[in-house]
Design a protein around this ligand. Structure first.
Ligand SMILES: C[S@@+](CC[C@H](N)C(=O)[O-])C[C@H]1O[C@@H](n2cnc3c(N)ncnc32)[C@H](O)[C@@H]1O
Length: 333
């Protein structure tokens, strides 16, 4: 199987109705879809003829999808093969900008493209690159120290068996070049899972994917630079799929929002309040959506409106510095 498989008909964009009902009062402007994927969000937004969409995706394999949307929506759709952490470099500051949308992670197309090595069923060379990367999973597994590998599994995978799995990987890589199927087997042998809904390698794959694609700094910089190009009154919407992503998004929205102090007696602290939160709790998929698309079950949608300019996001960097440090571990020493 490969990425050219046409899955568009079976594609279920996560929380699509909820997203549209949140952004529709803003209709009649430009929207940035930071994660085009199969174009589910962009196509729905473009159904309103007054709207324009600027879309980004780091994966060059979505170019054929972008081309198709562009042809069907002349002068209303523009695509950049770019990482959203570099959104500020695309020169798209625009007063007509209504919302910037992130649907994090990867798409079914990417999982089914076995050469990307994102699926537990992939075989062959370890890869896991989503696009525009500097190194692959093979580079990491072939060179990294046991200590760093353990840390990546522990911090990014929250994996209880991180130490043993890292040790076994290093022992095995000294005997032969490890492929995706070898990694899956090493983890399965250690975790000896029997009847679990999730594959035993889930957390290990998540950890490696975060490290290889630098997903933490992508998200933190994506949020900050989106904020910077957004006019006041514009909205940032983020759909996350795992707890580490959600922790970052939740902190960003809550820490910089104009929420009131929980106690009316507490001294009011001068903060860089620059966002307005409409909902404290995330929006999650309905039971019906999960039934049709089980992969949506861990999705959480959060959104906020920009109310002021702000140049200081130090607290966001400080809070998640332990993640950035793990992401910056050197795999060649
Ligand atoms: C879950 S899919 C998006 C699905 C899309 N909303 C749809 O309805 O088809 C996530 C997409 O984000 C892209 N992506 C992930 N990280 C990115 C980043 N840092 N910058 C740009 N695109 C990224 C992936 O390549 C993937 O195509």
């Amino acid at each position: 199987m490969n990425a050219t498989i046409n899955l568009e008909k079976n594609h279920f964009p996560v929380l699509l109705n909820e997203l549209i009902s949140i952004i529709s009062p803003l209709y009649g402007g430009t929207f940035i879809d930071c994660t085009l994927g199969q174009g589910g969000y962009s196509k729905e937004i473009l159904k309103t003829k007054l709207n324009k969409v600027i879309a980004l995706d780091r994966d060059p394999d979505v170019l054929h999808i972008a081309k198709k949307i562009e042809i069907q929506n002349k002068n209303r759709f523009n695509f950049f093969n770019s990482k959203f952490s570099e959104i500020d470099k695309l020169n798209i500051k625009n007063n007509d900008l209504k919302a910037i949308i992130f649907d994090l992670g990867y798409s079914l197309n990417q999982i089914l493209d076995f050469k990307k090595g994102l699926s537990f069923q992939s075989t062959g060379k370890l890869d896991m690159r989503l696009g525009l990367n500097h190194f692959s999973c093979d580079d990491v597994i072939s060179n990294i120290s046991e200590k760093s590998l353990n840390k990546i599994f522990k911090i990014f995978g929250e994996e209880k068996n991180s130490k043993l799995i890292a040790k076994k990987i290093i022992q095995n890589r000294n005997k032969k070049k490890l492929k995706t199927e070898d990694l899956v087997k090493i983890v399965a042998d250690i975790k000896k899972y029997k009847f679990s809904r999730t594959n035993p390698s889930t957390k290990i794959f998540q950890a490696l994917r975060i490290y290889i694609n630098k997903e933490i700094s992508e998200l933190i910089n994506g949020l900050i630079y989106s904020f910077k190009i957004l006019p006041i009154g514009g909205m940032i919407v983020v759909v996350t799929f795992h707890s580490i992503e959600d922790k970052i998004v939740k902190f960003f929205f809550k820490n910089y929002s104009d929420k009131k102090n929980s106690s009316r007696y507490a001294p009011s602290i001068e903060k860089n309040n620059c966002l307005k939160l409409e909902n404290n709790k995330p929006i999650i998929p309905s039971a019906d959506e999960i039934k049709i698309n089980p992969a949506s079950r861990s999705a959480k949608l959060r959104y906020a409106i920009k109310t002021n300019e702000n140049d200081n996001f130090d607290e966001l960097h400080e809070k998640f510095n332990y993640l950035i440090e793990t992401e910056n571990l050197n795999y060649t020493s």
